[in-house]
Write a protein that binds this ligand. Structure first.
Ligand SMILES: Nc1ncnc2c1ncn2[C@@H]1O[C@H](COP(=O)(O)OP(=O)(O)OP(=O)(O)O)[C@@H](O)[C@H]1O
Ligand SMILES: [Mg+2]
Length: 230
């Protein structure tokens, strides 16, 4: 049961509107699940349910055998779970450095050593106001901050949106390195290339249901693309 996130026939939405309608899956230690699908199909809604920030109206979500509902957010990080929403919050008035160390007790740079090597833009901009970064750079900052938490399970929503191709490749590398150390990820993505570069398993949603779920190596581009095209 350790480092194991399982979701079974999850149903959730907003008020009277059901968005996710009975989606199941599981992610074990050192595994990466990518959640794909067109705009508005419920990817972010599912991730909110898996992180526990959105109550579910049906099914179950368990982390290491324990139901997440009702566990306060700050406690989830102590349990090994990190969640970064799509429209992530970098604090524009704070410096890049303050954003990176915001949730951390120490100012130890070794925490970000590898990430700073991979994304030299970040150490170069440490004193700059985060609000002055471009959209893609802010995504990179929140990606680095999330990975800096070194959670056992990281849920991250569209990390590559607006990011330069070169940095997207490095993001994939960063995830693969963490995976090799046993960390697990659930990554929501629209970028199929990135998803295939990091994921062991793919889950493709359409209108709130899973239309494909399986081993990333067994699902070809031709299997997945029809569900992503407009
Ligand atoms: N806070 C909210 N209140 C009400 N409805 C919402 C809310 N957030 C999302 N929705 C609706 O739920 C549906 C699914 O949205 P969701 O954000 O999960 O899609 P998505 O697959 O993540 O899309 P995108 O690729 O654009 O990020 C949409 O119809 C959206 O309008
Ligand atoms: Mg979304």
């Amino acid at each position: 049961m350790s480092d194991f996130l399982e979701f079974t026939r999850v149903v959730c939405g907003y008020g009277d509107t059901t968005v996710v309608r009975g989606v199941s899956g599981a992610v074990g230690r050192g595994r990466v699940l990518a959640v794909l699908g067109r705009n508005g199909v419920g990817k972010s809604t599912l991730l909110k349910a898996l992180s526990g920030v959105l109550p579910i109206s049906g099914g179950a979500v368990t982390w290491e055998g324990r139901r997440l509902g009702g566990i306060p957010l700050h406690r989830r990080l102590d349990l090994g779970l990190a969640y970064t929403p799509q429209e992530n919050v970098v604090f524009g008035e704070l410096s890049v450095a303050d954003n990176l160390w915001l949730h951390l007790k120490d100012r130890n740079e070794t925490r970000y050593g590898r990430l700073f090597t991979m994304f030299p833009l970040l150490p170069r901009r440490l004193t700059q106001r985060a609000g002055s970064l471009s959209g893609g750079e802010r995504k990179l900052l929140s990606f680095a901050r999330t990975l800096g938490l070194r959670a056992r399970m990281t849920l991250i929503d569209e990390p590559t949106e607006g990011v330069q191709p070169e940095n997207i490749e490095r993001m994939a590398e960063a995830i693969r390195e963490r995976r090799a150390d046993g960390a697990s990820f659930i990554v929501v993505e629209q970028n199929l290339e990135f998803a295939r570069a990091v994921a062991d398993q793919l889950l493709v949603l359409d209108h709130g249901v899973a239309v494909l779920y399986g081993d990333a190596r067994a699902l070809t581009r031709e299997d997945v693309e029809p569900h992503l095209a407009i």
